[in-house]
Design a protein around this ligand. Structure first.
Ligand code: ZN
Length: 445
């Protein structure tokens, strides 16, 4: 038997509702709905059911909400249950209350975000950079960006996706470098708000969605700034060496991606990171065209591996960085043929950054890495300290710091690492020791 609460004082309507919901002892309805018609202007059952919802609230004592314990409101005869029980789902009132709450929370979060973005936008607009003091790598990168998106760097705005002419492959790393140097900055007022997320007082953003602008100089106009760059002396060897290695590595990654795509293979995030480190090290010795030669070879070796019954393309592509290192070791020991100079593929341009390296320093994809390193000698770089033999340490250190930052354990990891070394552990053992002491670092992130 349903419980009725009347929303009307009209005795005829009350009687109608009582007849509509009346049941016998076995839970069967005493009258057919059709028998209640016509009632005033109502002639069909659908009209009667709709009217019923406005004059009476019926609750079914056989349906109890698992959350609030109240009985479910029923609006239709067929919704009533014959046997008492706890509902599998929350009642309509609870669901609606939750929906309203989450809607209010979303609204609040959206208000918080837009308030925060307004403040952030004002702060961004006040940033100034003195271009006369820029380091050489940023000067070169900025000149290349100017050529890649001309004339928007001086006069307008741009997104990361519009900078593809800067370097072959992904430009994200280079755009972040410029953003880090505060020569370009994202402007929330020019960007759609879904590019940003504000949670627990922390702002994050999607690098591909935000809109960037050149940061103004305190005195010079944008055009004067870009003119100044062209006349600046590029003297910081260490910075130029790093920029070349990043650029040359992106030439190699673009080539790798193309080769893998051609053969239906893809390279996972961890493999890319490992490949990036290995290739950057190789580029200190070899030209880009020679490294392309190795990549061409190891991608084919990986394909042969993928065809074996115990392997597949995903497993095989993960072996590419290791195959690259082993092949280079063999070449160095004279166990494999010297590397050949590969031709620049016609689908891969050098990008405006590559063109500037050629124009200013006469370096291109055919220049041996050793020559580039000699051209930009770094007095603080000790060649004997980390050689190709030390690549496992490089990778372990990379893995450690990436995991430590991702799990917010950077300080703990550093302290444990320092203690391990103080106790006399070798560097690689000290790194393993950190993973042992902080098992959380082995968790996926
Ligand atoms: Zn409920």
């Amino acid at each position: 038997m349903v419980n009725l609460t009347f929303n009307t004082t009209d005795p005829e309507e009350i009687l109608l509702a009582q007849r509509y919901w009346a049941m016998d002892g076995e839970g069967k309805y005493k009258e057919n709905v059709a028998a209640l018609l016509p009632f005033r202007g109502l002639t069909i059952t659908a009209q009667l059911s709709a009217h019923m919802r406005t004059i009476v609230t019926a609750t079914d004592p056989n349906q109890q909400c698992p959350k609030c314990g109240n009985f479910e409101v029923v609006t239709n005869r067929s919704h009533v249950k014959r046997k008492a029980g706890v509902m599998r789902f929350k009642c309509t009132a609870c669901i609606e209350a939750e929906r309203a709450l989450s809607q209010a929370q979303r609204q609040q979060a959206s208000n918080d975000l837009s308030k925060f973005l307004t403040t952030l936008g004002e702060r961004r607009s006040r940033i100034r950079t003195e271009y006369a003091n820029l380091p050489a790598d940023i000067v070169l990168l900025l000149m290349a960006l100017d050529q890649a998106i001309n004339p928007r760097l001086a006069k307008g705005t741009f997104r990361e996706s519009e900078c593809a002419a800067l370097v072959p492959g992904h430009v994200g790393h280079f755009i972040q470098k410029l953003r880090g140097a505060q020569v370009i900055v994202d402007h929330p007022s020019l960007t759609s708000s879904d590019a940003y997320e504000f949670q627990d007082g922390h702002l994050s953003y999607y690098p591909k969605k935000v809109v960037y602008k050149l940061v103004p100089d305190p005195v010079l106009s944008n055009e004067e700034v870009l003119g100044l760059l062209r006349n600046m002396e590029l003297k910081d060897n260490a910075a130029l060496r790093e920029l070349w290695l990043d650029y040359a590595a992106s030439e190699c990654i673009a080539y790798l991606d193309n080769q893998c795509e051609y053969h239906g293979m893809s390279v996972g995030y961890d493999t890319r990171e490992e490949f990036f480190s290995s290739v950057r090290l190789a580029l200190q010795k070899y030209s880009v065209t020679k490294v392309w030669n190795v990549i061409w070879r190891v991608v084919r070796e990986a394909l042969v591996l993928a065809a074996r019954s115990y392997s597949n393309k995903t497993k095989a592509s993960a072996t590419i960085p290791g195959k690259l290192r082993r092949h280079l070791e063999k070449v160095e020991k004279g166990e494999a043929k010297p590397l050949e100079d590969w031709e620049r593929p016609n689908w891969q341009g050098a990008g405006t950054l590559g063109n500037l390296f050629t124009e200013i320093f006469s370096i291109d994809e055919t220049t041996p890495g050793t020559e580039v390193m000699a051209m930009f000698p770094d007095p603080t770089f000790d060649e004997g300290e980390l050689s190709i033999d030390a690549e496992p340490i490089r990778l372990a250190a990379h893995r450690l710091f990436t995991a430590a930052v991702a799990h917010d354990l950077a300080a703990n990891a550093l302290i444990t690492l320092a203690n391990g070394i103080k106790e006399g552990l070798e560097l690689s053992d000290a790194i393993n020791n950190v993973f042992d002491r902080h098992p959380g670092l082995n968790e996926p992130y």
